[in-house]
Design a protein around this ligand. Sequence first.
Ligand code: PGA
Length: 251
Amino acid sequence: MSKTYIIGNWKLNPETIKKAESLVRGIIAKVSSSRTKEIAIASPFPFLSMMKTVADKKISLGAQDVSMYDDGAHTGDVSAMMLKSMGVKYCIVGHSERRADGETNEMVAIKVRKLLDEKIMPIICVGESDRDTAGNYRDILAEQVRISCAKITPKEADSFFIAYEPVWAIGEKAKRGAHPDECLEATVIIRRELANIVKDTKKATNAVILYGGSSSQETAPEFLRVGGVQGFLLGRLSLDAKSFSSFISSL
Ligand code: PGA
């Protein structure tokens, strides 16, 4: 049976390490371990050490960004090697909230390479800002995948995840989440681009794609069934132990 991936993205939350610890302890107490579900939390950098101590086998450690550099004069940066030494298994790159702050596809490609070199699984976020009727979003999505994944080698076909996160579906301002058929269309575009990158259609078909953007317990099983994805990147829902665990149990 294939695995389902549920990755929480805490973003700039919670406010303090005390709250972060209580949240992660709450999550651990509520989720049951399962061989068919992989659960991870991408926490802010300052909480990683605590997360490493508190998290048990049920939860893997994630980060939300990484530096393009290995070391040197880059104030405020955190390198892939530093993340590796903290036990980080997954790292989000190219989230739309970072892209809105100026992160380009080319920068994402460099970050992906740094993570792959440290054997950290990059979760590469792509997604259009809006679904224009002319269908330009398809080209935008294809370009995001093409450039952001340009430094991945065919041998690394199973060493990264893509997260399809349509910007219009993310966060509190979103009017709605995507429909599974909209998600499926996006995954077809993503897999077509991936086939060129990993030079293998079968491997591209098997690549793990997550959906993110106002995911809910009600619609999630349908996404897994017909949306072309193997899991979810969850924002708001991962900030409440009860909601996060009941989302996981619903799958
Ligand atoms: P949301 O965020 O689940 O709160 O919509 C998803 C994300 O931005 O990763």
